[in-house]
Design a protein around this ligand. Structure first.
Ligand SMILES: Nc1nc2c(ncn2[C@@H]2O[C@H](COP(=O)(O)OP(=O)(O)OP(=O)(O)O)[C@@H](O)[C@H]2O)c(=O)[nH]1
Ligand SMILES: [Mg+2]
Length: 456
C-alpha cells in the first residue's frame, strides 16, 4: 500500500454543463469528507441518494447519488467516494470548493487516481497504458486492443515470462552457491539454458508481428499531396464530410498541414491535407511546401492528386520524389473532361505509382471506388490485429532488450561460466520487470501518467 497522506479529489466526468457530473475523492480522508458533505457514510458499493451540503454554511448544494468504496477493494486501492451530481458549473464548483476546504483534501493532479491505483498494485504499468489508450480510442479496433491490454494481455504474459526466468536463474544460482557440495547435481545449468532458449524464442515470436499493435494504436497516416490547385483540399473535405480545409480557385491556398481523423471501416486513419508542391519565392508558401514534403515522406500512403489533364510520367516522377511509401495517383476533376478522353491505362509504365483513380472531388464521381480501395487498404495494413501483443515502442524496446540479454546468456557456450549466465538472466528479468512496472521505473512514470487528464 502507498502511504499517501493526502486525499485527492477531482471532477472525473467531461466538460460542464452536462446532465451529470462525477466527482471522485480518494485517500484516507475520503470517508470523513463524505460525512462532512452528506452527514453519513452509506453502505459500501450501494448507490445512495443524499443531499450534499456545504459543511460550513449547511446550505444544500445539490441532491446527488453517492457511492462509497472502502479500500483496498476500490479502483485506487484507497478509500474512494464517487458523487454523481447535476452537471452545472455552479454545482460542481460548490462541491469542489467544499472539498478543498476540508482538512487533508486537495485537487488531484492529471492521472493521479490512476497513479495511486498503480502504486497500490491495482494495475500494472501496461494496464495503465491500456487504460490511457482506451480513453483515447477513436475506433472499435483501437478500443478492442486497448481493452485487451487493460485486462492484462501483455502484462500477464510478461510477468509469466519473468517468473520462468527467475526459476531458471534460481537453478544457476544454486549451482554457483553450492558448487562445492556433493549433493548438488552438476547439470543445473543445462535445464536453465533450455528454459532460457524456449523463453527467448517465445518472446522473439511475439515481436515478429510486423508492428501491428503499434500501427493500430497510431493509425494509418494518409497524406494528400500534389501540385497546387489540383483539388487536394476539396478531396480532404469530401473524405472528412465537412469543410475542414479552405478551398479556393487560387493556387497556393493551403499553407499548413491540416489533419483530420477518420474511422475507415472501423480502423483509424489520419488524413493530411498539404500545401501544393511547387517552387516559388513566397517564404510562407515555401515553408508550407517543406512541411508538405516532410509529412508525405513519412506517411504510410500518399494520395498524389493532379488535374485530369496532367501527364502521367510527370506525376510519377514528382510523386516518387516526395513519397517513400505506397503512392496512389488521383486524377481529379474528371467532370471537366468528356468520359472518352479519360484514359485508364496511364499508370502502366510507372515505377513510383502503385494505383491510379479518376475522380471528381467536387462532384463525387469515382469517389466510391476510392473509398472502397482505402477501406480495403486499411484492413490489409492493420491485418488481423486480434492478437497483437506489443502496442507501444516502450514494450517493443523492453522485449528486444530481453531477447538480447537471453542471447548473451545462451552464447556462453562454456557452461562453466555460471556467473556470466546468471548476470544475463538477471538483467533479462529486470527488463521484463520494468515493462510491467515491478522494478525501478520512477523515470518513466511521470511520462506515462501525464497522458491522463485530471480526474483519472
Ligand atoms: N471542376 C472541378 N473543380 C474542382 C474539383 N476539385 C477541386 N476543384 C476546384 O479546384 C480549385 C482548387 O481546389 P482546392 O481543393 O483548393 O485545391 P488544392 O489542391 O487544395 O490547392 P492548394 O491548396 O492551393 O494547393 C477550387 O476552385 C475547387 O473548387 C473537381 O473535381 N472538379
Ligand atoms: Mg489546398
Amino acid at each position: 500500500m502507498s502511504a499517501n497522506a493526502s486525499t485527492i479529489f477531482a471532477l472525473s466526468s467531461g466538460r460542464p454543463p452536462a446532465a451529470i457530473a462525477v466527482v471522485r475523492v480518494s485517500g484516507p480522508h475520503a470517508g470523513a469528507a463524505l460525512k462532512a458533505l452528506i452527514g453519513r457514510v452509506p453502505e459500501p458499493r450501494r448507490a445512495a441518494l443524499a443531499r450534499v451540503r456545504d459543511p460550513k454554511s449547511r446550505e444544500v448544494i445539490d441532491e446527488a447519488l453517492v457511492l462509497w468504496f472502502p479500500g483496498p477493494h476500490s479502483e485506487t486501492g484507497e478509500d474512494v467516494v464517487e458523487i454523481q451530481l447535476h452537471g452545472g458549473h455552479a454545482v460542481i464548483a460548490g462541491v469542489l470548493d467544499a472539498l478543498a476546504a476540508l482538512d487533508g483534501c486537495r485537487m488531484a493532479e492529471p492521472g493521479e487516481f490512476t497513479r495511486r491505483a498503480f502504486e497500490n498494485g491495482r494495475l500494472d504499468l501496461t494496464e495503465v497504458e491500456g487504460l490511457a489508450d482506451l480513453i483515447a480510442a477513436e475506433t472499435p479496433a483501437q478500443r478492442r486492443q486497448a481493452y485487451r491490454q487493460l485486462k492484462g494481455l501483455i502484462g500477464d504474459r510478461a510477468e509469466a515470462w519473468r517468473q520462468h526466468l527467475i526459476a531458471a536463474l534460481a537453478l544457476v544460482e544454486a549451482r554457483i552457491d553450492f558448487s562445492d557440495e556433493a549433493d548438488v547435481p552438476e547439470n543445473l545449468i543445462e535445464p536453465a539454458l533450455r528454459a532460457a532458449r524456449q523463453l527467448r524464442d517465445e518472446i522473439a515470436a511475439s515481436l515478429a508481428d510486423g508492428g501491428r499493435g503499434e500501427r493500430l494504436r497510431d493509425g494509418l497516416v494518409v497524406a494528400i499531396a500534389g501540385p497546387p490547385n489540383a483539388g487536394k483540399s476539396t478531396l480532404l473535405n469530401r473524405l472528412a464530410r465537412r469543410e475542414a480545409a479552405i478551398v479556393s480557385p487560387y493556387p497556393g491556398t493551403t499553407r499548413d498541414v491540416i489533419e483530420v481523423h477518420l474511422d475507415l471501416a472501423g480502423y483509424p486513419v489520419t488524413l493530411l491535407d498539404t500545401a501544393g508542391i511547387r517552387d516559388g519565392d513566397d517564404p510562407v508558401e515555401q515553408e508550407g511546401v517543406r512541411r508538405a514534403r516532410a509529412r508525405a515522406a513519412t506517411a504510410d500512403l500518399v494520395l498524389w492528386v493532379t488535374d485530369i489533364s496532367s501527364d502521367g510520367g510527370a506525376a510519377d516522377e514528382a510523386a516518387a520524389k516526395v513519397a517513400h511509401a505506397e503512392i496512389w495517383w488521383l486524377r481529379n476533376k474528371i467532370d471537366l473532361k468528356p468520359a472518352a478522353a479519360i484514359c485508364r491505362s496511364e499508370s502502366q509504365s510507372m515505377n513510383g505509382i502503385n494505383r491510379s483513380f479518376a475522380i471528381s472531388a467536387a462532384s463525387g464521381a469515382g469517389m466510391g471506388d476510392l473509398i472502397e480501395a482505402l477501406a480495403t487498404h486499411s484492413k490489409e495494413y492493420f491485418a488481423t490485429t486480434e492478437s497483437a501483443l506489443v502496442t507501444r515502442a516502450r514494450h517493443r524496446r523492453a522485449l528486444e532488450e530481453t531477447v538480447a540479454a537471453l542471447d548473451r546468456a545462451l552464447s556462453q557456450c562454456d557452461s562453466t561460466r555460471e556467473e556470466l549466465i546468471a548476470e544475463d538472466l538477471r538483467s533479462a528479468a529486470t527488463i521484463l520487470g520494468r515493462l510491467t512496472g515491478r522494478v525501478d521505473v520512477e523515470d518513466i512514470l511521470d511520462v506515462i501518467f501525464r497522458e491522463f487528464c485530471i480526474g483519472k
